[in-house]
Design a protein around this ligand. Structure first.
Ligand SMILES: Nc1ncnc2c1ncn2[C@@H]1O[C@H](COP(=O)(O)OP(=O)(O)OP(=O)(O)O)[C@@H](O)[C@H]1O
Length: 265
């Protein structure tokens, strides 16, 4: 197993926010963290990235505790893709992607031909090669997400941590991003993404960690974990989980909040 989270506790010094989180993800998995605002998704990300200490329990990568890795080694293995990123300088997209190679060369080295080739190859993988010479600051939110994913690929990381990657994207960019994420998983990357959509685990994920108040409400396959009952217990509202088919006959799952005022009709 590539990433193992074993009974993890921890927080910001004033009591534990996470209270016994356990889950795991391997090469080719898309693990979705789902739960209400403030349930601890970002806190768990910070612990996986090593920026927040674990007070109890273990986080292991390839069987080794993350506290035993140097920061540089951890940075080579895990890439963090933020929700929205605004750099101060108007770097080109190519420069932004090459920055993903930073942990591969020392402070006084400049990027070399192979770094540039790696950046072009990463942009190609996410269908963003035509953006290479654009200013990053001139891109839309969806395009920026693709560039940040290319930067993560360039970093040679195998684990991608994505903080609500679909937030603020329109339908087309949302769909494109989900296809890119599925494609990355098919290429063997391990994706851990937080989301506020209970449909994401069905459409893009193969595993889901359902959280509430820093605790695990369920971990496993989306079909097994996401039901009307579990969603209601997490969000305190009635939810319908409906399985249907798209126009090509593919199974789709839709999660609908029930309009409680409609019950009187
Ligand atoms: N730097 C911090 N110092 C103290 N408490 C914090 C800090 N960051 C977050 N918290 C608290 O930790 C809890 C979990 O927050 P976290 O950001 O992990 O939730 P989340 O599930 O990512 O929420 P959201 O879906 O709203 O992004 C919240 O109660 C929050 O107020």
């Amino acid at each position: 197993m590539l990433l193992e989270i074993e009974n993890v506790f921890g927080g910001y010094g004033n009591g534990d926010i996470l209270k016994g989180i356990s889950c795991s993800a391997d090469y080719g998995d898309v693990l979705c963290l789902l739960g209400p605002n403030g349930c601890g998704k970002t806190t768990l990300f910070r612990m996986i990235l090593g920026s927040l200490p674990v007070s109890n329990g273990k986080i292991k990568i390839a069987g080794k505790n993350i506290s035993d890795f140097t920061t540089k080694t951890l940075a080579n293995m895990i890439a963090y893709i933020p929700q929205y990123h605004s750099p101060v300088f108007a770097y080109t997209v190519l420069d932004m992607v090459i920055m993903g190679r930073a942990s591969h060369f020392s402070a006084f080295e400049t990027p070399k031909e192979p770094d540039q080739e790696a950046a072009f190859a990463a942009l190609e993988k996410v269908n963003a090669l035509p953006l290479a010479n654009r200013k990053y600051t001139s891109l839309s939110g969806g395009q920026r997400q693709l560039v940040l994913i290319a930067r993560a690929i360039c970093q040679s990381a195998k684990i991608f941590i994505m903080d609500e990657p679909a937030a603020n994207l329109d339908y087309a960019n949302h769909q494109l991003l989900m296809e890119v994420i599925s494609g990355l998983a098919n290429q063997g990357y391990c994706i851990i993404m937080s989301t506020h959509s209970p449909e994401h685990p069905f459409s893009v994920g193969n595993k889901v960690l359902l959280m509430k108040s820093g605790k695990v409400m369920g971990f496993g396959s989306p079909k097994e974990i996401i039901t009307s009952e579990t969603l209601q217990s997490v969000y305190d509202i009635e939810m319908d989980v409906i399985t249907t088919h798209d126009r090509y006959g593919r199974e789709r799952t839709i999660c609908l909040p029930v309009n409680s005022s409609a019950k009187t009709f």
